[in-house]
Design a protein around this ligand. Sequence first.
Ligand SMILES: Cc1cc2nc3c(=O)[nH]c(=O)nc-3n(C[C@H](O)[C@H](O)[C@H](O)COP(=O)(O)OP(=O)(O)OC[C@H]3O[C@@H](n4cnc5c(N)ncnc54)[C@H](O)[C@@H]3O)c2cc1C
Ligand code: SF4
Ligand code: SF4
Length: 424
Amino acid sequence: MSLSEIVENGLCIGCGLCRSLAGPGAVEMVMTPEGRERPVARQALDKSTLIQINAVCPGTRIAGPPQAQISEAALTDPVWGPAERLVLGCAGDSTVRFIGSGGGVLTALGQFLLTSGRVKFILHVAASRSAPMRSERRLSFDAASVLEGAGSRYGPAAPLLDFSEILDRGEPFALIAKPCDVTAVRNLARLDPRVDEQMRYALAFVCGGASDLSKSEQVLQRFGLREDELALFRYRGYGNPGLNRIEAKDGRAFELSYRQLWEDEDKWMIQPRCKICPDAIGQLADIAVSDAWLNGGPAVEDEPLNGIIIRTRRGVELFDAAVAAGALAIKRETSFAELGELQSHQVRKRRAVWARLKGIEIAGKPVPVVTDLALEDCARQNALADNLTEGRGARDRARRGRLGEPPAVSRDDAGAAMLKEGFL
Ligand SMILES: Cc1cc2nc3c(=O)[nH]c(=O)nc-3n(C[C@H](O)[C@H](O)[C@H](O)COP(=O)(O)OP(=O)(O)OC[C@H]3O[C@@H](n4cnc5c(N)ncnc54)[C@H](O)[C@@H]3O)c2cc1C
Ligand code: SF4
Ligand code: SF4
């Protein structure tokens, strides 16, 4: 597929890896009018670049963990995949626990990776310093910088947009990112041996979907704010889950609870790729970290806590060392059954994706090549009628073009075109 076909078929999540492979002159990441970061080819891409992009893009190829990892795992489950150990826990440090999104486990692990000398830097994302509602890729070389990136960034984020330059540094690093970002780099590892040599750890969060920037813009509208007035836009953290806090440069401050932010599911504005995500639970990560609201859902100030899915032996070694050093604290062991209760939306999605992809295929639209993710086994847990409903629904939505996206253009270009046509 060409880049525009990947985007227009709703398969792009805006990770930026294609831009990194093709080079900044050839592909540019733009913010679209819908509020999505998308690649736009600025020149015709040669065949070998396009083949490479199709091989690594997490919209075209999604592979599960290696067979050896699946068969040798201490624990395994059709929905949750392989794991070595399942724990409920949090950061050992009280500041990290408080500032972190849930219990600060990812931040604590990132900091521990640096202070223990395992890696030179962490590749993750953080709020942009100049436009705090937007997220940008961050390289953190010290614990303070990792902490600055703590918290969930629900809008678009492109952590891989200069991944080739990161590999060119020739230094050991760890990635903290969404499961689809991890899929992209694991895809690249099949083509570029430097990925496995240098990326010592991949950590992911369990992910319900990335929203459009327009979702955040609606929050601003609610308070009568413009984006250029912002000094801070925090989605959550500073408590578990903490508040969505917005500060203007003139000192005004506004807050929404997590429930107020997400109360109406129709207005989540989740990107199309997320609706067919075969692995939003970080099966390719060394450790995947989730929320863990034991009281059935988030209030404002719950106990700081995460679900921790330790997936690989490398993850076990890291986890044990982080606990021994006091960077992480264990509350207790957990199970796939408990994770399924805490993350019932993830269970529903894993069971629905096989039928959704079949429905899209029947509508004649392209779907990603998915391997080793047990999608069919997950679908077998549904009643036949449920799979038919999912499949037909996806087929009909795909036929009506509801699972696709408009051609990617930057907001600036779209605005200029409308001005020229006399619409503005
Ligand atoms: C879009 C999105 C959807 C989510 N959906 C779910 C869900 O369905 N179920 C669930 O249990 N948890 C979900 N979470 C994760 C949850 O909010 C916590 O982030 C997670 O549990 C880790 O908590 P923590 O305290 O260890 O994180 P922290 O210690 O605060 O660390 C979070 C790390 O994640 C990185 N990060 C944040 N946002 C992004 C992003 N958009 N792209 C790449 N990296 C990012 C940060 O750079 C930081 O390093 C979601 C998070 C996001 C951003
Ligand atoms: S998902 Fe990533 S690699 Fe694929 S087209 Fe989008 S930005 Fe490029
Ligand atoms: S739901 Fe899947 S595709 Fe969407 S952001 Fe999360 S991991 Fe990526």
